[in-house]
Design a protein around this ligand. Sequence first.
Ligand code: ZN
Length: 410
Amino acid sequence: MSSTVLRQVRPWGGELSDVVLADGRIAAITASGSDSGQGPAAQLGGVVVEGRGRLLIPSFSDVHVHLDSTRLGLPFREHTGAPGVWGMMMNDRNNWRDAEASMGERTETTLRMMIERGTTRVRGYAQVDMDCGLERFEAVAAARETHKDRAEVKIIAFPQAGLLLEDGSAALIEEALKNGADVMGGIDPCTLDRDPVRHLDIVFGLAEKYQVPIDIHLHEPGELGHFSADLIAERTKALGMQGNVTISHGYPLWGVSEAHTRRLIETWAELDISTATVAPGGRYQLPLADLVAAGVRVGLGEDGQRDYWSPYGNADLLDRTWQLAFANGFRADDLLGHALAIATVGGASILDPSVPRLASTADRPGTAVGDPAELVIVEGECVSAAVMDRSLDRTVIHRGRVVADQLQLV
Ligand SMILES: [Zn+2]
């Protein structure tokens, strides 16, 4: 049996420990120094990784990333996007084919950089529309194949240009599902397609047909967003899709009234509808403490990274964790740790509904015996310091095996 021993690590900043990984899981944890050479670590043998007193945390889960719109690794480019989803989408459409590297190279580079920085669980979009056909989906699928032993990647077939505005869009999305897409995507049913019932009937219809979960970009704020969220909730309940629907961005949670927000949170908790944030600037912050208290799964993502939509994003979800904390005005240690729990196990619980929801802002799961050996060892005096300092001294573990060290694949 192949095993790995992580020597002298501090799980979530706790006691100095030796951690044994076997069969892709955490098999044993002993206090460092208590193992006299006869304990489980010694008996199993195997590879020894020197933790050097660094923190041990669960690996990052990026559950909202556009792997196919990235320009990471390419020269910085002037931002030419027009405001609004359609204007930004057209900016991407008009420019992506002329990038200095192919879509395949860009997608592979971005996924590699994410793994090197500690992300081993990914749910990423592949845009499918009448301009790109399945070209971008195939690039994301190829990157997933290249890195299949280093990260688990789920692909969302994503109708960035809507499902109704251009003839043939829905049929193309179905092709992506037939060809290995793992999740059905949707976007702004009212403001983009301007026909929420038809849009959502296609989204839920294809999800039911191919037995896949759903992720819907919902940038619709206010009453309109609540209307879309209600339609999504109705269909989630009718089709028994509890635990398999994610509303990304969650703008309806912001800004109408406290009663509206409370009702929406209760509905999402009851139907196990999860939400993912990209820690945006400005006012659209999710009420994280209320969501976790109600039992709503929350994950984090980098969205587009240095692309035709945005100059932000650097493949580092620890960096985005800092941004989540900053955008929410977090200072207290328990909230900084909560941001890190969202970025790691929060996202993992969206990817796999059998992973328990975070129980509270104090919950720090993912490093106990029996947990998956999806881990990052990172330099940091304590959890808060690790989020603030974002050290690049990291070792990344996937299925119990070191896949990257010091920002390089191994
Ligand atoms: Zn997005």
